[in-house]
Design a protein around this ligand. Sequence first.
Ligand SMILES: [Fe+2]
Length: 233
Amino acid sequence: MADDGENPEWRHRVDPSAGGLIPGVGPATSEGDLEPLVSLRSDRAAERAEILLEALWHREPDTVDHLRRTAAVVEAVARKLGWPDPKVRRTRFAALLHDIGKIAISRDLMRKPGALTELEQEAMRQHVEFGDQILKAFAFPPSMRRIVREHHERVDGSGYPKGLRGDEICDGARLLTIVDIADAMLSLRPYKEAMSLDDVRAALWAGRGTLLDRDLVAPVLEEMGMGGPPKVQ
Ligand SMILES: [Fe+2]
């Protein structure tokens, strides 16, 4: 093989005017520059998801574990709810990549123990927009990106980035939010202890109809082995 400078494929990969991060994916400068959307049924979608997860894994392996667990639960619940295949697929892909924007958040901020300042919270919240931009550049479809964009919205309007309420938040995002929170609560993080199953069940149950979708909490608790209302309310 010629040296890197002479390899046309390598030039293609590194020259921003020639293409994006992977061959065939144009730079995300405008809609017109993008290749046709990748079908979530195709191997290409799965390959692209794995490329992104691999990149994030080198920075944040715990986050990648969280994404994979979240995707598995979201898919199982969506199937039990009888959602059609395309909707299950886009919700699963969204769950698998919902925090991919954290690749663009500083490592110090990601690892900071204790509470974040307001400015730091603001910076952390940007992972939603960064994630959306990355998924756009990788030609993932808008229906899936919408779920990623809305995964920190809350039913009572207290979420971000837009403060959407109720049905303004797509149901894929309303489901993902519950699983995301449940898994985060159950996980040990550098800055916090893992919560007990009983405490997580009580917290999610208390959030029904305020922060969280009223009807989707129970099927998530069921799938995660925390079925039924909490013993102590
Ligand atoms: Fe997130």
